[in-house]
Design a protein around this ligand. Structure first.
Ligand code: ADP
Length: 216
């Protein structure tokens, strides 16, 4: 089994309209870690997660995720990582069932696995046949999580996963994260629910103004 870091950023820079949202980030995440990413609004947490998912280009420094060199190729990594971002990534005109089925088909999940993921996030039953565009924000998030559960990604990138969920949903997220890690996945989670996330995380990394702040 490879001992190379799952995430390996060295002096990585990502820029929006000339502004360095990542201003030279050096961070390694090893397989099976659950890393809590914390920091104030605008610190670059979402940008870091999106860069790891190949959605934001790294224009300087180096960035490898799951062995893929993101400076050269941002496409290959996408099917191997699961990003829960601020946009839910769901097909708005399709139903809950159709969305989860889409990902089940992509990864070859069984009908039972699909059903279990939907039940787990309480988007089964009558909700299953509702279009995404007709759901509440919390229900959409639950559906996005059900999609993530069936995908069994190697690297889970979770941006404020507890946001907008009720107490039961938030507890369920914690269980899902723990289970993903026990199954061998690596998790990076940005959260302002520091106490909750600290209980889950094996390590905390702080970002401030696009750079890693040394906590030691
Ligand atoms: P965080 O997730 O820590 O709140 P972000 O990664 O969202 O921080 O943002 C980092 C910086 O990048 C902020 O200054 C923000 O204004 C800027 N930024 C984020 N997304 C965009 C965007 N789509 N276009 C322009 N600037 C952006």
């Amino acid at each position: 089994m490879s001992t190379a870091p799952v995430v390996d950023f060295v002096d990585a820079v990502a820029v929006y309209n000339g502004y360095p949202a990542l201003a030279g980030v050096t961070m390694q995440v090893m397989r099976n870690e659950i890393v809590l990413l914390q920091g104030p609004n605008g610190a670059g947490k979402s940008t870091f997660l999106r860069a790891c998912a190949g959605l934001v280009p790294v224009v300087r420094g180096s960035a490898h995720v799951l062995g893929c060199d993101l400076v050269i190729d941002r496409e290959s990594v996408r099917e191997r990582v699961g990003l829960l971002g601020h946009q839910n990534g769901l097909f708005a005109d399709l139903t809950v069932m159709e969305n989860v089925s889409f990902w089940s088909t992509v990864v070859g999940a069984t009908t039972a696995e699909r059903g279990a993921a939907m039940q787990r996030m309480a988007v089964d039953g009558q909700l299953a046949n509702r279009r995404i565009s007709e759901l509440s924000a919390g229900q959409k998030r639950r559906c996005a999580l059900a999609c993530l559960v069936v995908r069994r990604a190697e690297l889970w990138l979770l941006d404020e996963p507890h946001a907008g969920l009720d107490a039961k949903g938030r507890d369920e997220i914690d269980l899902i994260i723990k289970e993903a890690a026990s199954a061998g996945a690596t998790v990076v989670v940005a959260s302002h629910e520091i106490e909750r996330a600290k209980n889950l995380a094996t390590r905390t990394v702080s970002l401030v103004a696009g750079q890693v702040r040394d906590l030691s």
